[in-house]
Design a protein around this ligand. Structure first.
Ligand code: DP6
Length: 365
């Protein structure tokens, strides 16, 4: 998927100005965790209970511009509509953090658009806050290295810390609490991109979920008797997964990813009251994945906080996996993703001349 600055200007829904007048513009892609982040040890600092590992995708990007304005409130436009209520408050809270770091108080206008479904367990908050952190840091002239940017994105949504980077990425749980925890909990790429797997995303429901992942993970950690055992096993899964990525072992990666995800869902199902994102359609896809494996196809499922299922396989097997899932019926639509890039600024909000030079140097994607 490619973007030009012109298409970005077209998709943000602002007819009056081009991207340079919108301020710095960033693009970030969703990531899908192969070892899940599920539970915080510090809700305010977004410190996770366990480390996690993901693959950044090349589909469903978020494009976000941030421009500092002369006003009393932040103004946020989301997919062409003015944001209000909780959605606006979440972005304002994040911008307050950026402003505090920058020692500034001026408000911002944020224009953001998602190419994929929002709030449906397809990692829209990961791409969303990775793009917002990248554009806002530039707009408020914070000079952050990628690790610091990852820590900043984490404060918007934990999984966003991983979308700062492309390919396979580990997010360290970090050590300790407070400042020590904050400084040691960041994401970084771990290589292995040449594995070049495919992830066939089977969308069975594009609607926003009834319970947000934030609330579900809070309830689960607080009430499920299965939570601690899962968290302990997830630490081991992460260690094994890192080794599997290092030796480029796709079947091992798939096996660990599938058991880790099913374990996470077991913790939710056993929360009190239980939280269930899996639908009969999700189960039908899990059955199809088992059947594919019985046929010798390396296909492994992972599921986030929603009913949609993502199936990991080789690039070569993706058409077969896709055909099998589409063949299940009208309830499923698919998109095949591959390894995608980290978050990047596509325009710096500079003058058109500087912008042209930046694009010529490969700054756009
Ligand atoms: C199931 O990152 O959306 O996708 O930090 O509260 O914003 P907050 O949660 P979020 O949770 C993602 C949960 C998950 C697993 C994962 O991506 O690791």
């Amino acid at each position: 998927m490619t973007f030009s600055s012109a298409s970005i200007a077209g998709t943000v829904g602002d007819t009056a100005t081009g991207p340079t007048e919108e301020g710095p513009t960033a693009v970030a892609y969703p990531n899908i965790a192969l070892v899940k982040y599920w539970g915080k040890r510090d809700e305010e600092l977004f410190l996770p209970v366990t480390g996690s590992l993901s693959m950044t995708l090349d589909i469903f990007p978020t494009t976000t511009s941030v421009r500092v304005i002369d006003g009393r409130r932040d103004v946020v436009e989301f997919n062409g509509v003015a944001a209000t209520g909780a959605a606006l408050a979440r972005i304002e809270t994040f911008l307050d953090l950026v402003r505090a770091k920058a020692g500034r108080s001026d408000r911002a206008r944020v224009v953001t658009s998602n190419a994929g479904p929002t709030g449906a367990g397809l990692a829209s908050s990961a791409s969303g806050f990775a793009a917002l952190a990248t554009a806002a840091a530039a707009a408020y002239e914070l000079d952050l290295d990628p690790r610091a940017l990852s820590r900043l994105a984490r404060r918007g949504s934990g999984s966003a810390s991983r979308s700062i980077f492309g390919g396979f990425v580990v997010w360290h749980a970090g050590e300790g609490e407070g400042v020590a925890g904050d400084e040691s909990s960041y994401a970084e790429p771990i290589g292995g991109d040449e594995l070049d797997p495919a992830l066939v995303v089977a969308v069975v429901n594009q609607g926003a979920k009834a319970v947000s992942s934030r609330v579900a993970m809070r309830e689960t950690t607080a009430t499920s008797p299965f939570y601690r055992p899962w968290a302990e096993s997830s630490v081991l899964d992460l260690a094994e997964m890192r080794k599997a990525v290092a030796r480029r072992d796709l079947p091992a990666i798939g096996e660990i990813a599938e058991r880790n995800a099913l374990g996470m869902h077991a913790t939710m199902l056993t929360a009190r009251p239980g939280i269930r994102y899996l639908s009969p359609h999700s189960i039908a896809i899990l059955d199809a994945v088992l059947a594919l494996r019985a046929d010798g196809i390396m296909a492994y499922a992972t599921i986030d906080a929603g009913p949609n299922v993502k199936v990991l396989c080789t690039r070569g097997d993706a058409p077969r996996v896709n055909a099998t899932l589409v063949g299940l019926g009208d309830f499923v639509t698919t998109r095949t993703a591959h390894i995608g890039p980290g978050a990047s600024l596509t325009t710096s909000g500079a003058t058109p001349t500087t912008l042209g030079a930046q694009l010529a140097a490969g700054g756009d994607r």
